[in-house]
Design a binder for this molecule. Structure first.
Ligand code: ZN
Length: 266
């Protein structure tokens, strides 16, 4: 068994990613898993791809990788996201793109672990958002493994249920906790939790939050540690030089909003 660092949604923010890797280095970690969206939005996608290559045991593809590799983007992409995709297409090398092309869309260890970018619910575009208890109930229906790792929302959270097997639990049989300090839309019950004990007989969906573009009003980089021996998920926040990341975003010619949102974690 092992202690795994779970990272997601780096989004070309090398300044944040370097700080997170330094933090991981200081801890007793056996392997790093990346849940996708290495690129998009941020100014240094190529550097981030190379850092994933050298530091992650396993990585999967996110919707921003799919966007970069696609011929044409679907309608759901907003202008800032489109600008990030266009920028990444320009600056990624052929080797970077090949690496992204070769990434799997999911990874599973039968019965134990499933890693996907957005949700275990099958979808064509990988754009499911797993935010609420109802979203989690729908997701548990598709989850035969004990633990599911997801990213995509950029908000750290852990949903647990004692209901076993790929069944849809009643909403009251799902617990959700998030260390997110500033969620005010009522979708998640927030708390000061830093770790969650996973049900040994049930199932859990863990979202580590975002390394490079947190959206829970905490600008610090977010990741999680999954301790399989202790059945515990630990949420970590890492302060980094946000001003420098903003400066690089603007210098790259990306839309100003992509820098500004880093300062407020939104
Ligand atoms: Zn993302």
């Amino acid at each position: 068994m092992a202690r795994l660092a779970i990272i997601s949604d780096i989004h070309g923010n090398r300044v944040a990613f370097e700080e997170v890797l330094r933090d991981i280095d200081r801890r007793d970690i056996d392997a790093v898993l990346c849940l996708g969206d290495i690129v998009g939005y941020g100014p240094e996608p190529s550097e981030c791809v190379q850092m994933v290559r050298s530091s992650c045991r396993l990585a999967i593809r996110g919707n921003h990788e799919d966007g970069v590799l696609a011929g044409e983007l679907s309608k759901g992409w907003n202008p800032a996201a489109r600008a990030g995709i266009a920028y990444a297409r320009r600056v990624l090398s052929a080797a970077d793109k090949q690496f992204l092309t070769d990434l799997p869309a999911s990874f599973s260890v039968a019965g134990l672990l499933l890693a996907v970018h957005d949700s275990p619910i099958p979808s064509e575009h990988g754009m499911n958002y797993l935010r609420t208890v109802k979203d989690a109930a729908d997701a548990f229906f598709w989850l035969g493994e004990s633990i599911c790792l997801v990213g995509h929302t950029h908000v750290p959270a852990c949903f647990t249920t004692t209901a076993r097997g790929a069944t849809r639990p009643h909403l009251e049989d799902i617990s959700v906790v998030t260390p997110a300090p500033g969620m005010d839309d009522g979708s998640l019950q927030t708390s000061a939790v830093e770790s969650v004990i996973l049900p040994r007989d049930g199932r859990a969906i863990i979202n580590p939050g975002s390394v490079g573009q947190p959206r829970d009003r905490d600008p610090r980089a977010s990741y999680a540690i999954l301790d399989l021996d202790r059945s515990v998920a630990e949420f970590q926040r890492v302060a980094y030089d946000v001003e420098e990341a903003m400066r690089r975003t603007i210098a790259a010619g990306l839309p100003g909003i992509l820098g500004e949102r880093l300062a407020i974690g939104a």
